[in-house]
Design a protein around this ligand. Structure first.
Ligand SMILES: Cc1cn([C@H]2C[C@H](O)[C@@H](COP(=O)(O)OP(=O)(O)OP(=O)(O)O)O2)c(=O)[nH]c1=O
Length: 190
């Protein structure tokens, strides 16, 4: 069996693979520029970056392998929310999503001996209206930092979600159903 290489620095993606019984043989994060292109939609960005991550790592790997990458993007309409790196960015994201619906797109891409295969999974979420106290408490928890859209549904922010249509694991960072489909379709049996 050819090795499975996870092209990601996200521990959540390792956990989600473990949830479906998969353990990558190697973890080899990519280091690509994640800046959106002019007038790129959130869906297009998630697809392009997941493919670029898989292809960047594939270019470094000399032996045949399955190389899996993903990218998660949060969008409000056509607007792309940042991966929040500061408290101010977490606040801006939460204020924007408070009482509204938004979409989370996760692109998943696989480079295998059969070539490149990829999907983008869309999930729609409705957040409750957040009070100033709730936003302050969330920022103080630090959970939103380093995450697309400034929140993590796997933590405290799960209590902000009135409903979700789509894939919960995809919001966390990897759509497990589609990931397994891509791997099986490419012949991975591990
Ligand atoms: C919306 C949301 C995002 N996230 C995380 C998943 C991703 O790690 C992150 C989005 O950033 P990504 O660029 O998708 O991934 P990453 O930079 O963490 O890792 P890599 O590029 O090496 O694969 O946001 C959550 O953990 N929970 C959530 O609810």
């Amino acid at each position: 069996m050819l090795p499975l290489i996870l092209a990601s620095s996200s521990p959540r993606r390792v956990d989600l693979l473990a949830q479906i019984g998969l353990k990558p043989d190697r973890i080899l994060p990519s280091d690509i520029d994640e800046t959106p292109l002019k007038s790129e939609t959130p869906r297009e960005l998630a697809g392009r970056l997941s493919r670029a991550k898989a292809e960047a790592v594939a270019a470094l790997v000399t032996q045949p392998a399955y190389i899996l990458a993903a990218d998660t993007v949060v969008g409000v309409g056509r607007r792309i929310l940042p991966k929040a790196e500061t408290d101010a960015e977490v606040r801006a994201c939460l204020e924007l999503m408070s009482g509204r619906s938004h979409r989370v797109y996760t692109g998943v891409a696989l480079v295998s001996p059969k070539g490149l295969s990829a999907r983008v999974v869309e999930t729609r979420l409705q957040f409750k209206r957040l009070s100033a106290e709730e936003i302050d408490a969330y920022i103080a928890s630090g959970e939103g930092l380093g995450k697309a859209g400034g929140y993590g549904i796997q933590g405290r922010a799960s209590a902000f979600v009135i409903h979700l249509i789509g894939s919960f694991p995809s919001v966390v960072g990897l759509p497990t159903f589609e990931t397994l489909q891509l791997l099986r379709g490419a012949g991975y049996r591990g």
